[in-house]
Design a protein around this ligand. Structure first.
Ligand code: HEC
Ligand code: HEC
Length: 289
């Protein structure tokens, strides 16, 4: 290298680099910068000693603290499981379902578990908030096909409805028209009768022609006043809540072709405590009896 060149105005040595006559000065690094730099170097050496750092061919340098994120997660999961196991045991040993609702901690546990189970297993058919769709009952209202007490809901969940399980709820709404049980005109008259039960617009003459038919054919399930029967899953026909629909065309379709909605059985697919948690959750949705 040539003679060291000193920049005149500043008196600082230059590096000899020059661009368009602008020269680079060879100032020392600032002291604060150097201090931070050496601290980081010391820190990294300390880190290699203590914590897992360099990869090797058969594993990695573990460090003297033997730290492992994986072990920490396993430990946290085990602790959570232990905590849950206790709540689960209390769910399963509660003397009856009402006792679960009477214990605020246990109820909160059941509701949280029930809500996530509902999202995973039930929302596809019943809607995210249990609001239901045509043919899939709304679980938020107080109109129940098969009963809205905790025990009823649990029973429905366990065995399902027309699910093929031997304990499932079974009775069906027959195909009165297509099955040849009633003549076409009688089915048409019955549509008016059914609409009269909930105070909907109807032909009074047709409804009164159908009244005796209703008592003879329908009352055994839907009741003499049409208020339904939960032991047979027969809907109340006097309220404005419809499973399939209360317009004349839908009622006619119901009477003509019959209805037999299927709700799967959950016994075997979900554990006993999951079914309990779900029953408590569904019961809490607003319409529990
Ligand atoms: C494949 C669709 C489907 C899935 C999934 C499903 N259900 Fe249902 N569920 C139905 C149908 C359809 C009915 C009505 C059956 C009938 O017509 O009687 C029903 C009825 C019910 C009833 C009875 C309502 C009443 O008024 O008595 C409850 C309670 C219920 N479901 C809760 C659940 C819960 C909780 C889950 C999740 C574990 C679930 N369902 C999953 C289709 C489904
Ligand atoms: C064996 C019992 C039984 C008899 C008898 C019966 N039903 Fe039903 N009915 C049911 C059941 C169960 C359902 C619900 C079907 C389902 O959940 O899929 C139902 C549903 C209905 C519905 C649909 C209600 C809604 O919310 O959409 C109407 C309407 C109805 N029945 C009218 C009648 C009429 C009219 C007769 C007489 C001709 C009759 N049922 C006879 C059991 C019966």
């Amino acid at each position: 290298m040539a003679e060291k060149e000193i920049d005149e105005p500043s008196g600082v040595e230059t590096t000899g680099h020059s661009w368009d006559d602008i020269k680079e000065l060879n100032n020392p690094l600032p002291r604060w910068w150097l201090i931070v730099f050496w601290i980081t170097v010391a820190w990294s050496i300390g880190y290699w000693v203590l914590m897992p750092s360099w990869p090797g061919i058969n594993g990695y340098l573990k460090g003297t603290r033997n730290h492992s994120e994986r072990a920490n997660v396993t430990e946290a999961v085990a602790a959570l499981d232990a905590q849950r196991a206790d709540a689960t045991r209390r769910l399963l040993t509660a003397p009856d379902m009402q006792a679960i609702e009477n214990d605020p901690d246990l109820q909160a546990f059941a509701l949280a578990a029930g809500e996530s189970l509902f999202g995973d297993n039930c929302a596809t058919c019943h809607g995210a908030g249990g609001q239901g769709f045509k043919g899939f009952p709304n679980l938020n209202d107080d109109s129940w096909l098969w009963g809205g007490r905790l025990e009823d809901i649990r029973q429905t969940l366990r065995y399902g409805i027309r699910s093929g399980h031997e304990n499932a709820h079974l009775s069906i709404m027959q195909a009165y028209g297509a099955g040849g049980l009633l003549p076409r005109e009688t089915v048409d008259d019955l549509v008016h009768y059914v609409r009269s039960l909930s105070g909907e617009e109807h032909d009074a003459a047709a409804a009164s022609r159908a009244a005796p038919v209703f008592q003879a054919q329908c009352a055994q399930c839907h009741g003499t006043e049409g208020k339904g029967d939960q032991s047979q899953g027969a809907p109340n026909l006097t309220d404005p809540i419809w499973l399939y629909g209360g317009d004349a065309a839908t009622i006619r379709e119901t009477l003509w072709n019959g209805r037999a909605g299927v709700m799967p059985a959950w016994e075997g697919r979900l554990s006993e405590e999951e079914i309990l948690a779900l029953a408590v959750y569904v019961h809490s949705l607003g319409g529990g009896e």
